[in-house]
Structures are given as structure tokens and as C-alpha cells.
Design a protein around this ligand. Sequence first.
Ligand code: PLP
Length: 408
Amino acid sequence: MIRMNEHFNKLQSSYLFSTIGKKVGEFQAANPSVSIIKLGIGDVTHALSAEIVQAFHAGVDELGDDATFRGYGPEQGYEFLRNAIAEIDFQARNCDIQADEIFVSDGAKCDTGNFQELFAQDITIAVPDPVYPVYVDTNVMAGRTGTFSKGRYEGLVYLESTKENSFVPSPPEKTVDLIYLCFPNNPTGATATKEQLTQWVEYARANQALILFDAAYVEFIRDPRLPRSIYEIPGAREMAVEFRSFSKTAGFTGTRAAYTVIPKDCLVYDHSGSGHSLHALWNRRQTTKFNGLSYPVQRAAAAVYTPQGQAQIHAQSDYYLENARLIREAMTGLGYPVTGGENSPYIWVEAGGDSWDFFDMLLQKAGVVTTPGSGFGRCGEGYIRISAFNHREKVLQALDRIAQALKS
Ligand SMILES: *Cc1c(COP(=O)(O)O)cnc(C)c1O
């Protein structure tokens, strides 16, 4: 008999976005004339910029000619892309990261999800609450948690992100081995200062722990005092892996490109306490299970690092940040405390009641789709996330409708 991995039975069945989809579908069926505005799911809405499209096309043309055709590429990514990443995203910012410490992939979702394969079954894991669900669910599937009860999986250490700590949790009292952090945060939009990240790096060092730092939203940071990489923190080369994505940075959600940085100084320990290279482990994993990212996509990603490419993606994130500012100001003006929306495309709004009730009210009365905070964890109850990824006129229209709905 073919038996299942029963850890899958512990997963929460009603996935957040499918429930939202169902509610939106029902509302639209009942109100066919309303044009619904989606500020819910974190997906970009603007086309790839010209520089990127051109490089993408050129890559395809190369594959269509015997003289320039390429088959399998390096599993870690082509050097032209890894060199550009190392130089522009790290060395230009005084972060000591080399091209051979970068692993190019087709998504930060897969990388953050797959990375747990490298660790023992009985490690203690800390996850933020609220959280990007991938970190939690992949560890549940792997059997590293107990069952789900009262909004939490047994065995995980939850790092509560609340109004009291301005949505930036401090290291826990107890010892954990693996720590997931994400700044600028999804869903709260909160950012972490150098001092706050330094506390985490020091905690990791004291506990021989490892930080998995998800920096998918780094392109939205404008405040020059905020760190744009965990490697701006002294000593982080030994204690942290960083995940980056071209998805929100450059509009690659449908194109797919991301990378993971594993400094050669990061160690992981066996049962006898001897250290092993984490870089070597991930390299072994990737060369076994991954055959590299599509060549034209790597050409498109490399175009992000040309001066024109940088200017174009910066203009795009400026646009989304202006949306974020408008949403932030409108919600504040309507009397709702908010966080995020500065240095982040997400606005985390304190709803003043149940998350789903507020979500339903905005859908029913304004025809605007948001995301209920409770879907991201227990600490998200009472909040909704509004995304700034949309066209300006839609955002303005949504804000008008929300203002009307709240006054009625
Ligand atoms: C969108 C997002 C990613 C990016 O995932 P991709 O697979 O690269 O599209 C990673 N982490 C977080 C927190 C995200 O919101």
C-alpha cells in the first residue's frame, strides 16, 4: 500500500488566498456590476521594464541559433549574473559577499521552502507571528512540528510581532537553532534597524544558531539608515543566509528569478559537534535536485544591474511607494493606526475588530479586496494587510470607496 506523509494532515486546509478567492467570487456573482479592486495578494502589476525585456529577447534569440545555443547551464547560475549581483547588491554596499557565495534560482519561495532540508529533524525553530506561511508549512511537511491547536503548531517558537514591539520581535529567552526573519516584513511592512539585526546576529552566535533572512522587499527601502542586507551587520557572514528575489524588486513574479546567499563562513554541526560548510551542503542539494534557471531569464535578471535597468526598477518601486504613502495617509486620516507603507509596499492596518469582519466589510461596502491579518498568524488577528501593488487610479478609487464605506 502506498502510504502518505501524514505530516501533510497537520497543515491548515483553508489556505488564506483560496478563502479570499472564494469570497471575492461569491461577491462578484452577487454584484456583477461592481468592479472589484484588488489590494490583496502580493503580486506586482507593472510590466517588465524595457531594458529587461530587451535582454530577455536577446537571450531567446541566442538559444534559437546553433552558433550561440546553450544547453544545461551551471546549477548555481551563470557567472555574468552572479558577478553582477555580488558587485551591485553587496560589494557596492560594503558587504563582503563573493560571486561564488550566490546561488541563483527560480524563486525565493522555493529557496526558503527547500532550505530546511539541510537541517536535523529535532532542531528548534523560531518563526515570526504573523509570518509568510512558507517558512512554517515546509517545516510542518517535513515533520518538525506537532499538531495545530489554538492557531499554532506545537514545537515551534513564535516570535510575536505586535504593536508593543513595533512589529520587530527581539530574540527569545530560550535557545533556538534556526531563526526565520523577514525585513522589510511581509505582512506587516515593518523594517528592522541595524541595532535590532545586530541583536539577532549576536543571539545566533551565542547559541550556534542560524538566521534565514528573507530580504525579498529590500528594493523598497529608502531610509539610508536602514540596513539593506543582513551582511551590513558585523559577524553576519558566519551566522546568516540571505534570500533575495527579483519578483517584487523588478516585476519577475511571472518571469521567476531569485537568489540565495550562503557565505562560506556559515557552519552547520553534526551530532558530534563538528562543523560542516553550509555552502557545501546547499551546493550538494542544488546540484542533485536543480538544473539551473532558464538562460534567457538569467539574461533578463542581469539587465536589472545595468545603469538603465537600475534606474527603471527604481522608478517602478518609487511608483509603488507613492501608492503606499497614499494608502497610509488615507487610512491614518480615517482614524486607523497603521504601520508599514514606508520602505515597504505593505500597509498593516489595525482594524479595531476581527480581521475577517473588516475584510468582509471592505469587500461588501467598497468592493476592495485586502488580506485579513489573522491569515498570517495569531498576532495578525485584528489587522488587515493592504498592498500597494496596483495602478495609481485604482488605488485612488479604492481609497475613495473605503472612505465612503467607513462613513456610511
Ligand atoms: C513575494 C515573496 C517572496 C518571493 O518569492 P518568489 O518565489 O521569488 O516570487 C519571498 N518572500 C516573501 C516574504 C515574499 O513575500
